[in-house]
Design a protein around this ligand. Structure first.
Ligand SMILES: Nc1ncnc2c1ncn2[C@@H]1O[C@H](COP(=O)(O)OP(=O)(O)OP(=O)(O)O)[C@@H](O)[C@H]1O
Length: 298
């Protein structure tokens, strides 16, 4: 397992008596080399959960196991620095992550910080740029002179330069146009399928992640209300509504087709994932050809 949580709770508190429970009694497992989507209504605990994955936060109760590191309430973990190198976190707003005067310096920052030579760090930076489909000429550019899509990819590249085994992304496609979103999703898929990394993505746009996600975790008021495959989610998508989320378009279609043609119980050739993939590629084609401008998911 890449990540395993046992009976994990997290409570925010300050010096006064004020307390806010963000996560409550969570058990979950994330297999190595898989793509996992995390969904949940606003305030359900998604960002808190992500911060437990690389030790920014420690559980108030329970045990978080990430790779070979165990984080437990009240106990110090000697391997926290190493863990942060092995679990890369990409925040929702990439500008919060870029602070150097060139993209190259930004990408080299992490590797240099972990003791690599400048040569090695620059090589890592170049590889990460290529993995994110970015032109190497952009290495000399000020990060704040990049387009929104380039900036987001560069922020992911700065995390990849550390060569993490697990990449955790908070809404990576937010603010991108439909074509850039589809491109980014396929790059993220390659990071998993071709490079064997575990990819964890928080998203409010389930439709675009459904074609590539191996499994989903759905949070409701700090608890894991669902954990399973797309197929399992498709068998009762109303769980999403009970968690305050809209049922994604592709699952609606699949459910309707499954009911209409009695697909359940057989080995359906039309899997929810295949249908999601079909819809995502059609959406991208439509916006690409300009038949319908804007976001057809919304
Ligand atoms: N730094 C903090 N201090 C105190 N409470 C916090 C803090 N961060 C989050 N919370 C609270 O913890 C709960 C979970 O918040 P969290 O940000 O993890 O949810 P989320 O699902 O990521 O929300 P969103 O989709 O709006 O980003 C919420 O009730 C929130 O108000």
């Amino acid at each position: 397992m890449a990540i395993e949580l046992q009976q994990v709770s997290y409570v925010y508190s300050d010096r006064s008596l004020w307390k806010q429970t963000a996560l409550h009694n969570i058990d979950l497992t994330i297999p190595q080399g898989s793509i996992v989507g995390i969904a949940g209504a606003t305030g359900s605990g998604k960002s808190t959960l992500l911060q437990l994955f690389n030790g920014i936060l420690k559980p108030t109760e329970g045990t978080v196991k990430v790779l070979d590191v165990t984080l437990q309430a009240g106990e110090k973990s000697p391997k926290l620095m190493a863990l942060r190198r092995r679990v890369g976190l990409v925040f929702q707003f990439p500008e919060q992550q870029m602070f150097e005067e060139t993209v190259e310096k930004d990408l080299c920052f992490g590797p240099l910080n972990f003791g690599m030579s400048l040569e090695e760090a620059k090589e890592r930076a170049r590889k990460a740029m290529v993995a994110m489909g970015l032109d190497l000429e952009l290495l000399e550019r000020n990060p704040f002179r990049l387009s929104g899509g380039q900036m987001r990819k560069a922020a992911i590249a700065s995390v990849l330069a550390m060569d993490p085994e697990i990449v955790v992304l908070d809404e990576p496609t937010a603010t991108l146009d439909p074509v850039s979103r589809a491109e980014l999703i396929s790059l993220l898929e390659r990071l998993c399928r071709e490079q064997g990394r575990t990819i964890i993505i928080v998203t409010h746009r389930m439709d675009e992640l459904l074609p590539i996600a191996d499994s989903w975790i759905v949070l409701k008021e700090g608890q894991a209300a669902f954990q399973g495959s797309v197929q399992e989610l498709a068998s009762d998508p109303t769980i999403l509504e009970r968690c305050g989320l809209a049922i994604p378009q592709s699952l609606r279609y699949w459910r309707a087709l499954a009911d209409r043609f009695h697909l359940e119980g057989e080995v359906p050739r039309l899997t929810p994932k295949a249908l999601a993939e079909c819809i995502a590629s059609l959406s991208s084609e439509i916006s690409h050809t300009g038949i319908e401008k804007g976001d057809i998911h919304e």
